[in-house]
Design a protein around this ligand. Structure first.
Ligand code: SAM
Length: 212
């Protein structure tokens, strides 16, 4: 499973944002929603081996985490407005208020009260990576298994990057800092490039396995 976790330092944990002014009213939830498209969608379908967590640390109901699983979710559309509508409906639920951990609101789509700790608990056992342009080159990271059985989790910052406490917690959890190149790029581009790197590795691994 490929897991992408985007930390939205101001992103709205409540449904109180305007679809007509997403960047201006949602604490830049639009950045996180573009990551959903990059993590889960191929040109003609859903990646069944990928999931994404949006850590929502802004607004009155924070902290909350919205999780979408590619192996279960249906009708995930690529346009930002449709994704924002899905997020709005999911965040309007109060089902997580009394619950522990993730509560499924719709097939493949769940929310949890909490933040990074909820994600780390849910991704227990995964190999953790923190995306940072100062980290070591992802292309040189070996071994980085990319097959469907490998459990890897990539943490990405929003437009503000990671706060020191999140960085320290991920460091303590054993996350390795990796870079996709020397130039800082947008979060959704990072997710797309990591996905591409994993796709290429998976293709190479399947050739090796086939030739054995
Ligand atoms: C737009 S950047 C954040 C920029 C922010 N000003 C900062 O200083 O972190 C969003 C996130 O994308 C990731 N990122 C951007 N460029 C990267 C690169 N070249 N390699 C690895 N991760 C990168 C990092 O996780 C970063 O926090």
């Amino acid at each position: 499973m490929r897991r992408f976790i985007v930390i939205g330092r101001k992103a709205s944990a409540s449904e109180e944002f305007l679809l007509d002014d997403l960047p201006g009213t949602s604490g830049r939830l639009d950045i996180l929603l573009r990551c959903v498209r990059a993590a889960l969608l191929t040109s003609h379908g859903l990646r069944r081996d990928a999931m994404i967590y949006l850590v929502l640390l802004g607004g009155p109901r924070a902290p909350r985490v919205l999780r979408i699983r590619g192996d279960a979710a249906k009708f995930i559309r690529p346009d930002e407005r449709a994704l924002a509508t899905l997020a709005k409906k999911t965040l309007a639920s109060r089902a997580d208020e009394e619950a522990q951990g993730f509560v499924e609101i719709k097939t493949g789509i769940a929310i949890a009260r909490g933040g990074l700790e909820e994600v780390l608990a849910d991704a227990a056992g995964a190999t953790l990576f923190l995306l940072d342009e100062g980290g070591c080159d992802l292309r040189t990271v070996e071994p980085l298994a990319a097959d469907a059985q490998a459990d890897v989790a990539f943490f990405v910052g929003d437009h503000h990057g990671f706060d020191p406490a999140t960085r320290a917690r991920l460091d303590a959890a054993g996350a390795r800092a990796v870079s996709i190149g020397p130039v800082p790029v947008h979060a959704d581009d990072v997710v797309a490039i990591v996905s591409n790197e994993l796709d290429r590795r998976a293709a190479r691994q399947s050739v090796v396995t086939r030739d054995l």
